[in-house]
Design a protein around this ligand. Structure first.
Ligand code: ADP
Ligand code: MG
Length: 578
């Protein structure tokens, strides 16, 4: 017979506990992260659930590279790092492509990836998705850290944040091992780990001596010009650049993504006089722009006598291609303030014929451009210019729309055709001239700003990220994707040139109905073959403020190899022999 003890039993009490994943999410919130982009799976699925539960928006993608492009664009447009969450091994590597591209372009972002248990990786014993991710990432990103213990997570997040935004911004990799994600701590102890970091992105004013040198060079210039780079767009210094231009009357031209920092069609815009400036300007001020290949590395057409004033946050950028007469190293806001103050005490000595000559050249070139658009306005089948002639006035009248743009001819012609009048409204293939940023950047731009987005995509370029059009649809984003379908990479005229009728390497699908792909995900879609149809479709698409896709049927012969950068192709054999 058993006896029962009548004394009441109390359940043992344990302190509340939290996991590394919870600490990670709270640490991100603490530094102000409100959005994450990514693609979940082992071992990070719960991180995303916890993030949603704690009020962080989680934008889930179909491919990590696109999630990364979204995070990078988010970083560029907000100045706060975009956050990408990836799984181990391949997910990590897919995302790393975007983190690397962000680093090259000075976009602040943090890629957080789950990674496998360390011990078997270090001994190369084979484990689930075993890859030494930290060391793979290290040479490709601005900074890379691994966190092994939950106690270290808040510090790791703050370090990653600071590395992403401080000095020259860039991509940061944060490796969080599976044991660290799953580790358990007492909630009370965990609470003590969090702190509010002070001054996450400190100003870095330039030296007065450097400012004085720059001011006297600029004031003494006869034919000065300002080149505005996307560093200036990122740094949000449009008001200060306007003050500089207004005060000095110096003409300017923007690099691609800096279009709109100052209006493309303003009276001092020398957008169409790039070659003249390279050949004739005696002093050029680079504001957040690099003398990289996009500016012929300071050689080529550039006059050997041109003197440069370079405003940049990174001292290592100075002299990297040609001597810089007056480097001003500091953050652009502080540097421009200091230069503006210096200019108050000097007078400019600009040649009075310089600006009128550039304005005359601009008027001639603009008239020629308008003629070209007019001449192609009724082409059938449509070519790039026909389509752009339709889109141009509509986009320019809706200047708060962010334009995402990639392709070869589609990139070059759109950039040349669409005037921008507001800063940070153009996101493109940027420094590496890469393809495969379209859908990701469109999502990032829409989510980060709440503004409408139009992505003008070559058919080949769209192919890299097309599946993530479904992400635009799932999140009901106000994005219109316009596909210029000329049936190929560069164009579609190389039809079946291969042995046994295989398509040429450049040939894609001239009859593809990309609109049906949009239909599959519930978007508003259009297939257009005439300028009239395009005009109606484009107006309706941007007005619907939801996901829309327009398949624009071009002729297969519209476009040339490599667009404007054909000169970079190695010479074909027959030209070498001849
Ligand atoms: P673009 O392609 O438009 O010429 P780049 O991305 O090549 O522009 O160059 C941008 C430059 O701006 C980089 O050299 C970067 O160091 C600099 N930069 C970025 N942010 C700042 C900032 N806040 N202050 C000063 N320079 C900056
Ligand atoms: Mg094409």
């Amino acid at each position: 017979m058993t006896t029962t003890n009548n004394t009441p039993q109390t359940a043992p009490s344990y302190p509340a506990q939290v996991t590394g994943m919870d600490i990670l999410v709270r640490a991100l919130r603490m530094v102000g992260i409100d959005t994450m982009y990514g693609l979940v799976g082992i071992p990070v699925t719960e991180v995303a659930y916890i993030a949603q539960g704690r009020g962080i928006r989680f934008i889930s993608f179909r491919h990590e590279q696109q999630a990364g492009m979204a995070a990078a664009t988010h970083g560029y447009l907000t100045g706060k790092p975009g956050v990408l969450l990836t799984v181990s091994s391949l997910g990590f590597m897919n995302g790393l492509t975007a983190t690397t591209n962000a680093t090259v372009n000075c976009y602040p972002m943090i890629q957080i990836s789950g990674s496998s248990v360390r011990e078997p990786i270090d001994l190369e014993q084979g484990t689930y998705e075993g890859l030494d991710q930290l060391n793979v990432a290290k040479p490709l990103v601005k900074a890379a850290y691994r966190v092994n213990k939950p106690e270290d997570i808040p510090t790791a997040v703050v370090r990653a944040y600071r590395a992403a935004v401080s000095g020259r911004p860039g991509g940061v990799y944060l490796d969080v091992t599976t044991p660290c994600l799953g580790a358990i701590m007492n909630a009370e102890d965990a609470d003590k780990l969090f702190y509010q970091p002070v001054d996450l992105c400190p100003a870095m004013p330039p030296a007065q001596e450097a400012v004085d040198r720059a001011v006297s060079l600029l004031a003494g210039a006869k034919k000065p010009a300002v080149i505005i780079g996307k560093g200036a767009a990122y740094a949000r210094v449009e008001d200060k650049i306007k003050a500089l231009i207004d005060k000095t009357g110096v003409p300017y031209f923007p690099m691609s993504m800096a279009k709109g920092v100052m209006p493309d069609n303003g009276p001092l815009s020398a957008l169409s006089c790039r070659s003249t400036i390279m050949q004739e300007a005696d002093v050029v001020v680079l504001v957040g722009a690099r003398l990289n290949w996009l500016l012929s590395r300071g050689h080529g057409k550039w006059s050997p006598d041109t003197k440069f004033i370079q405003l940049d946050i990174d001292p290592e950028e100075i002299d990297c291609n040609r001597p810089i007469a007056a480097p001003v190293v500091g953050d652009l806001a502080s540097s421009l303030d200091a230069i503006l103050a210096g200019l108050d005490k000097t007078t400019m000595s600009m040649d009075p014929t310089w600006v009128p000559a550039l304005q005359k050249e601009t008027a001639v070139k603009n008239a020629k451009f308008a003629e070209r658009l007019k001449a192609n306005a009724t082409a059938m089948p449509m070519d790039h210019w026909t389509a752009l002639g339709v889109i141009k006035p509509i986009l320019e009248a809706n200047d708060d729309i962010i334009l995402v743009n990639e392709g070869a001819n589609t990139l070059d012609d759109t950039r040349d055709c669409i005037d921008m009048s507001k800063p940070r409204c153009r996101v493109d293939c940027a420094t590496w001239a890469i393809m495969g940023m379209g859908m990701g950047s469109a999502v990032g731009a829409a989510v980060a700003t709440g503004q409408r987005v139009v992505a003008i995509e070559g058919d080949s370029a769209f192919g890299f990220s097309g599946m993530d059009f479904s992400t635009i649809c799932r999140f009901k984003l106000p994005v219109t994707v316009v596909i210029f379908n000329n049936g190929g990479i560069y164009n579609g005229i190389g039809q079946n040139m291969g042995k046994d009728g295989d398509p040429a390497p450049t040939t894609l699908d001239i009859h593809a109905r990309y609109d049906k792909l949009g239909e599959a995900f519930g978007a508003t879609t259009f297939y257009v073959t005439t300028p009239q149809e395009l005009e109606a479709a484009f107006k309706e698409a941007i007005a619907c403020k939801g996901p829309a896709l327009i398949d624009v049927q071009l002729g297969a012969d519209s476009g040339k190899e490599s667009g404007h950068i054909g000169y970079l192709n190695p010479a074909p054999l027959e030209t070498i022999i001849v």
